[in-house]
Write a protein that binds this ligand. Structure first.
Ligand code: C2O
Ligand code: CU
Length: 486
């Protein structure tokens, strides 16, 4: 199955997605309740039925507050966020705040930082948002199924004075695996997905809809906040007719630079990018935003559709073409590269790999048996952590793979010895990707097959943190570990 099924859905049936819900703070406050620098939200996880594919029956999903994606949460940098999760799902759940450097007890990993939130129960998350940027929330229980059914949303932390733009909009990119009635297929943790590329959907979505176009006004300057919330799909985005500025990766500012013509913006699952895009084409024009699959085939996700008719206001005209100012850096401690201790992390296993045996939750097993009996296919430094109990949660976490000293700097050298790409994510920290241009700060790094990288960070947040692949089927099939700090 692949996304080309999209083409059988008639193009004319697909919807025009306008500017989606990015309330400015005043409106956000109507949903979240702000007082004394604390913004409070309620998030109820429950089944919901929504029109995802135009002209098809509504799709039964799991969503927050009846939405897919869930509501956009927004706070100002330095403010405190309170979110009360109520679980009205038929299974346990939790909320993880991907990319937020928060106290360990608020990280939302059942079995590691809190008990699972049972059906009918609630859990109160509360933490300060120290870093500005684009973050997201999702369950960390049975993630492959719960995210694969639609449970995720954006958390935006606003800079004290955000750069001037005409519109600040979110593009939540994802996919779903749908049957011909537009219903989510139930084949979660399918053996093929566990050991190969993960659960690739067959319908790529923009903000939870199969979209034909995104409407823009000639002359406007947009801040685009992109999130890849798919279980497994890696988006390689190109913007025909446009040269957007790359402003931030995984929430953290980079020195603004233009994406070269034809250069792809690569976003693995869990990753985000902030762009500034000047809508410089003329009324009535359409330009495709495309994705390229691993076979190198490009397909159109949707068009940037320039509205016809009179332009209402052109406040952005004065910005056109000017380089946007860099976003202010977040207060992340710079790792001390000269004194950093080096650690090695080997990613192993999967189909077409060389791994033959590994430790499953501390016990030596052959790969074949591991797969047949435990549905384990991957290892980190020879160890697979499953903790994948009935339902695919992970209430059990093995001994830490690394035990780090609080406050010390580390360089994690990562070697991908598999035939597959892996977006590796560390909780509770941001790391510098030492061999990427500009050494960006990120919380998730995409390793190419047989690729390697080096990540530098200060272990300044005490607790037990997850380190895992964000292809959720790889995570479920062993590709996760605990990093203990303190
Ligand atoms: Cu986006 Cu461990 O999570
Ligand atoms: Cu992976």
């Amino acid at each position: 199955m692949d996304v080309t099924r999209r083409t059988f859905l008639s193009a004319s049936a697909a919807a025009m997605v306008g500017s989606i819900l990015l309330p400015r703070r005043s409106t956000a406050a109507a949903h979240g309740l702000t007082a004394y620098g604390l913004t409070a939200y309620g998030l109820t996880a429950a089944p919901v039925s929504l029109p995802v594919v135009p002209g098809q029956p509504d799709t039964v999903l799991w969503g927050y507050n009846g939405g897919f994606p869930g509501p956009l949460l927004r706070v100002k940098q330095g403010e405190r966020l309170r979110a009360v999760l109520r679980n009205d799902l038929p299974q346990d759940s939790s909320l993880h705040w991907h990319g937020i450097r928060l106290p360990n007890a608020m990280d939302g990993v059942p079995g590691l930082t809190q008990p699972p939130v049972r059906p009918g129960e609630s859990f109160v998350y509360e933490f300060d948002c120290r870093d500005a940027g684009t973050y997201w929330y999702h369950p960390h229980w049975a993630s492959a199924e719960q995210i694969g059914r639609g449970l995720y949303g954006l958390l935006i932390v606003d800079e004290a004075s955000p750069p001037p733009v005409d519109r600040d909009v979110a593009w939540v990119l994802s996919d779903l695996r749908l049957d011909n009635q537009a219903q989510v297929t139930g084949d979660f943790r399918h053996p093929m997905d566990l050991s190969h590329a993960g659960r690739l959907g067959n319908t790529a979505l923009l903000n939870g809809r199969l979209a034909e176009a995104f409407a823009v006004t000639p002359g406007e300057r947009l801040r685009l906040r992109l999130l890849n919330a798919a279980n497994a799909r890696i988006f390689n985005l190109r913007f025909a007719g446009h040269v957007p500025w790359l402003m931030a990766l995984d929430g953290h500012p980079v020195a603004p630079r233009r994406l070269e013509t034809g250069e792809a913006l690569s976003l693995g699952p869990g990753m985000r990018a902030d762009l500034i895009l000047d809508a410089a084409a003329a009324a009535g024009q359409r330009h495709a935003v495309t994705d390229t699959n691993p076979r190198g085939e490009a397909y159109r996700l949707f068009d940037l559709a320039y509205q016809d008719g009179p332009v209402q206001s052109r406040p952005a005209a004065r910005w056109r073409g000017d380089p946007p100012p860099a976003l202010p850096a977040n207060p992340v401690a710079e790792p001390d590269l000269a004194r950093a201790e080096r650690l090695a992390l080997k990613l192993e296993g999967g189909a077409m790999g060389v791994l033959t045996a590994l430790q499953v939750d501390g016990r030596e097993v052959g790969l074949r048996e591991a797969f047949q009996r435990h549905r384990v296919a991957w290892a980190l430094n020879g160890q697979a952590h499953t903790g994948t109990f009935p339902g695919g949660g992970h209430a059990g976490h093995g001994a830490p793979l690394f035990s780090l000293s609080l406050g010390k700097s580390y360089i994690l050298e990562v070697f991908n010895e598999t035939a597959w790409p892996h977006p590796m994510h560390l909780h509770g920290h941001a790391f510098r990707v030492l061999d990427a241009p500009g050494r960006p700060l990120r919380d998730t790094v995409l390793l190419e097959p047989r690729g390697r990288t080096a990540l530098a960070f200060t272990a300044d947040n005490p607790g037990d943190w997850m380190l895992h692949c964000h292809i959720l089927e790889h995570q479920a099939a062993g590709m996760m570990a605990t990093v203990r700090i303190g």
